[in-house]
Ligand binder design. Structure first.
Ligand code: HEM
Length: 472
C-alpha cells in the first residue's frame, strides 16, 4: 500500500510555506502607551510579545493601568517547576483571570479552589486515568468514522474547524457528561463561542478598570452564554435522574453531593461542571486537531507518513485503543501541533506570600506571574529551529535534552490538565481515522494567523476538502 501525494490527489502542487503562521513580534515590549493606543494588541496577546521574550528567562510587563495588568513573565523551566509543582500552594490562580472565568464557570474544576476543588478533583480523577480513558476509544473512533463518512459522502468543501468542534463536543457530551448533544449542538456551540469572542473585551476590562467596575462589566458580557448553558444543564440533570446504571462524571458528582449533604446538586453546581468540561474539554482538542490539519497541509510529506503508518497498523479495519500506541509518528504530529499552537497559550498565577525561587528571583506577595506555553514552546535556547514544524523532534534525542518545563501544553503540578490522556488519545484516534479514509487538505492555509482568545485558534475559519483514499 502506498500513500498518494497530495498533488496526485488534488491535481495541483501544494505551495510550500516554510514557516507555519505566527505574528511578527514587536521589537520592544508594548508598554502602557501601546496598550492605550493599540488595544487590539491586547486582544491577541501573543502578538504583543516582543522579540526578546523568545530568549529571555524573566521580564517585567505592564499593559494597563489596573494592578491586574502588571506582572512578571517567567520563562525559565526550573522556576516554572517551582511555581507550578514544587511550591504550588504558594501560587494560586491569578484573581484577574478568575474574575473573567468565574462568571461563566463558577465553582467548576478549572476555577474552584480549596476544599471544593480538592473534593471534585478526587471524584473526577478515576474517569480520567489512562486505563479508564482507553475505554472511551471505541466511542472516539465511531464518532470520527461517522464524521469522515459524512464529509466524504457530501464531497463538498467544509469548515474543518467547525467539524472538529462538532466532533469533540459530541464526544465530550457522550463520554464524560452522559448526554446526547445532538440537536443542542448549535445552541451550546453558540453559547461557548460567543462568550469566548468577548474574551478580549473582558481582558481589557481587567487591564483598565478597577475590580468593582470590571466585575459588573464582565457579568453583563457573560450572561447570555450562561443562560444558554443553564438550559442545557437542566436537561442533563433530568436525563441523569432517569438513568439506571451510569458512571459518568456528573453521576459521580451527584452521588457524592447526595452523600455529603443529603441534597441533590443544584442547577448552578451542575451548570458549573457542565460548562467547565464543555469548555475545557472540547475547544482545546478541536483546535489541536484543526492546527494539525493545517500543519499537515503545509507538509504533505508528513501527511503521507501519517497515512502510511495508519495503513500499516490498521489496514482496512477501524482503529482501536491498542492501535493508538502503535502510531508514534501520528502521536508526534499531535505533540508538535500542541507545541507550535498550544491551545492554552498563557497560564497565570499569583504569589500568596513572599518567595525566592531556586534561581534567586524574589517574588513578593501579590505578584502576578505569566507562564506562557506559547513562548516556552518557541524559546530559542530550548528548541532547535523553534518555528519549524518537525514532528520527529518528539521521536528522537530532543525529548531527552529539552528541559521538562520547556514543553507544557497541559500545564503542570496539582492543577495539571485532568483531561490530558483523554485529549491525546482522542486527538490521535481522530487524526488517524480521518487519515485512514481520506485525503484532507486545508484550502486557505496561506491566510491564517493564530489568535489567542481563551483558547489559541485560527483567526479565520479553515475551509477544507476531503477526498476518498483509493488504491489501498
Ligand atoms: C489538547 C487539549 C487540551 C489542552 C491543551 C488542555 C490544557 C489545559 C491546561 C494548560 C490546563 C491548566 C490550566 C492552569 O494551570 O491554569 C488545563 C486544565 C484543565 N483541563 Fe485541560 N486541556 C485539554 C483538554 C482537556 C480535556 C479533554 C478535558 C476534559 C475532558 C480537560 C479538562 C480540564 C480541566 C477540568 C482542567 C482544570 C483542572 C484543575 O484545575 O484541577 N482538558 N487544561
Amino acid at each position: 500500500m502506498t500513500a498518494q501525494s497530495a498533488a496526485e490527489v488534488f491535481g495541483d502542487p501544494v505551495p510550500a510555506w516554510p514557516i507555519p503562521a505566527r505574528p511578527v513580534p514587536p521589537l520592544r515590549t508594548p508598554g502602557l502607551s501601546a496598550a492605550l493606543l493599540r488595544p487590539h494588541l491586547l486582544a491577541n496577546l501573543i502578538a504583543s510579545y516582543p522579540d526578546h521574550w523568545y530568549e529571555a528567562d524573566f521580564s517585567d510587563f505592564r499593559v494597563g493601568i489596573a494592578s491586574a495588568a502588571r506582572g512578571v513573565l517567567v520563562n525559565e523551566p526550573e522556576t516554572i517547576r517551582h511555581i507550578l509543582v514544587t511550591n504550588a500552594a504558594n501560587y494560586p490562580k491569578d484573581d484577574n483571570q478568575l474574575a473573567i472565568l468565574k462568571p461563566l464557570l463558577g465553582q467548576g474544576l478549572l476555577t474552584a479552589d480549596g476544599d471544593v476543588w480538592r473534593r471534585n478533583r478526587k471524584l473526577a480523577a478515576p474517569i480520567f486515568q489512562h486505563s479508564s480513558v482507553r475505554e472511551f476509544a471505541p466511542l472516539f473512533v465511531a464518532a470520527a468514522e461517522r464524521s469522515v463518512g459524512r464529509l466524504l459522502e457530501s464531497g463538498k468543501p467544509f469548515a474543518i474547524d467547525h467539524e472538529m468542534t462538532r466532533l469533540t463536543l459530541d464526544i465530550i457530551g457522550s463520554s464524560v457528561l452522559g448526554a446526547d448533544i445532538g440537536d443542542d449542538f448549535d445552541g451550546i456551540a453558540h453559547s461557548v463561542t460567543s462568550t469566548l469572542d468577548k474574551f478580549p473585551a473582558m481582558f481589557l476590562a481587567g487591564a483598565f478598570l478597577p475590580p468593582w467596575a470590571r466585575d459588573g462589566f464582565i457579568d453583563r458580557l457573560v450572561k447570555p452564554g450562561r443562560r444558554g448553558l443553564d438550559i442545557f444543564a437542566r436537561r442533563i440533570i433530568e436525563a441523569a435522574k432517569h438513568k439506571e446504571h451510569d458512571d459518568t462524571l456528573l453521576s459521580r458528582l451527584m452521588v457524592a453531593s447526595r452523600a455529603d449533604s443529603g441534597q441533590e446538586m443544584s442547577v448552578d453546581q451542575v451548570r458549573d461542571e457542565v460548562a467547565t468540561f464543555l469548555l475545557a474539554g472540547h475547544e482545546t482538542t478541536a483546535n489541536t486537531l484543526t492546527w494539525a490539519w493545517y500543519l499537515l497541509t503545509l507538509h504533505p510529506e508528513a501527511m503521507r507518513r501519517v497515512q502510511s503508518e495508519v495503513d500499516e497498523v490498521a489496514g482496512a479495519q477501524s482503529l482501536t485503543a491498542d492501535d493508538a500506541s502503535a502510531l508514534p509518528y501520528t502521536r508526534a504530529v499531535i505533540d508538535e501541533a500542541l507545541r507550535l499552537y498550544p491551545p492554552v497559550a498563557n497560564i497565570m498565577r499569583m504569589t500568596s506570600e513572599d518567595d525566592e525561587t531556586p534561581a534567586g528571583v524574589e517574588l513578593p506577595a501579590g505578584q502576578r506571574i505569566l507562564i506562557s506555553p506559547w513562548l516556552m514552546h518557541r524559546h530559542r535556547r530550548h528548541w532547535r529551529e523553534p518555528d519549524r514544524f518537525d514532528p520527529s523532534r518528539f521521536l528522537g534525542d530532543d525529548t531527552r535534552t529539552t528541559p521538562r518545563y520547556a514543553y507544557l501544553p497541559f500545564g503542570g503540578g496539582p492543577r495539571i490538565c485532568i483531561g490530558a490522556s483523554f485529549a491525546v488519545l482522542e486527538a490521535v484516534l481522530i487524526l488517524a481515522t480521518f487519515a485512514r479514509r481520506a485525503h484532507i487538505r486545508v484550502l486557505n492555509a496561506a491566510n491564517v494567523m493564530p489568535q489567542a482568545r481563551l483558547v489559541l485558534r485560527p483567526n479565520v475559519s479553515l475551509r477544507a476538502a476531503a477526498l476518498p483514499r483509493t488504491g489501498r
